[in-house]
Design a protein around this ligand. Structure first.
Ligand code: URA
Length: 270
């Protein structure tokens, strides 16, 4: 099973907070001037923002910005001192490819590695929902409480897609049970999309987010999970995001996530 394939190195992601794109792409004549976008995002007066650019503290898609450069906010990622500028002032949204063995909790008495160790300290963010320590893949971290609540709320119906490498080769009856609902100790699971792209590899799409749900569902049909990777979170995918690396969501991705979490689905892919 392949985890989300690498895209940005942890170092590059941490330093620039953005996926590198050709500088040429940011120079579109139809955008807005970078200092104007920064001023609107609350980084200071237009003049103060010009100074930020002149001092080399601003990057567009990872490359140093220049005064007057035009950017398209829905597409280009602006950062100041390596911190991505979010969809609203002060808000940041990171997509992390969580490696196995890293905890989603904020603190651990045994000092084990935590997802918060993998993203910038400031501004403070928190994980939206959780992945088990052994589970890998896409995890959203943000300081956007409103969006986090919407994403985590079952009424939002956000789709989460997992690849599960399981023991044995599930037969059609087991797949049907996973699709229709499995009786767990906290009740029957909701209908799920389940396919077997390769023997012993299941692709499972859930709208629910119960504790260790995929592992418990697979175990309940006699096929315990050997390896579990979340490959999609609502509309968000992480092609090229190496284990341990993160990237800032673009404004378009934040909007798509808001829409998906409100039940206005933009995440219909199987
Ligand atoms: N299901 C699980 O079993 N574990 C996770 O981390 C997420 C979903």
């Amino acid at each position: 099973m392949s985890p989300p394939p690498p895209q940005a190195s942890p170092a590059a992601g941490a330093a620039a907070g953005a996926v590198q794109r050709p500088a040429r792409e940011a120079e579109t004549p139809d955008g807005e001037r970078v200092q104007k976008v920064l001023a609107r995002a609350g980084l200071g007066s237009r003049r103060a923002c010009e100074l930020l650019v002149e001092d080399g503290r601003v990057t567009v898609n990872g490359a140093p910005a220049h005064l007057g450069q035009r950017v398209v906010v829905e597409r280009d990622q602006l950062s100041v001192d390596g911190v991505p500028i979010g969809v609203r002032p002060g808000l940041v949204h990171y997509l992390l490819n969580k490696p196995p063995g890293v905890l989603t909790t904020a603190a651990d008495p045994f000092g084990r590695p935590k997802v918060l160790d993998l993203v910038p300290d400031e501004p403070r963010v928190f994980p939206v929902g959780r992945l088990d320590a052994a589970t890998e893949g896409l995890l959203l971290l943000t300081n956007d409480g409103e969006l986090a609540q919407r994403c985590a709320h079952p009424s939002g119906g956000l789709e989460k897609v997992y690849l599960a490498e399981v023991v044995g080769h599930p037969r059609p009856g087991a797949l049907r049970a996973l699709r229709e609902g499995v009786e767990l100790d906290d009740g029957l699971t909701a209908p799920a999309k389940v396919s077997q792209p390769a023997p012993g590899l299941l692709r499972i799409t859930l709208h629910e987010g119960r504790n260790r749900q995929v592992r418990r569902m697979c175990a309940a049909v006699g096929h315990p999970v050997r390896r579990l990777v979340r490959v999609r979170y609502g509309p968000l995918t992480g092609p090229g995001l190496a284990p341990g690396a993160w990237r800032a969501l673009s404004i378009a991705e934040v909007r798509a996530l808001e829409a998906a979490a409100s039940g206005r689905r933009t995440d219909r892919r199987p």
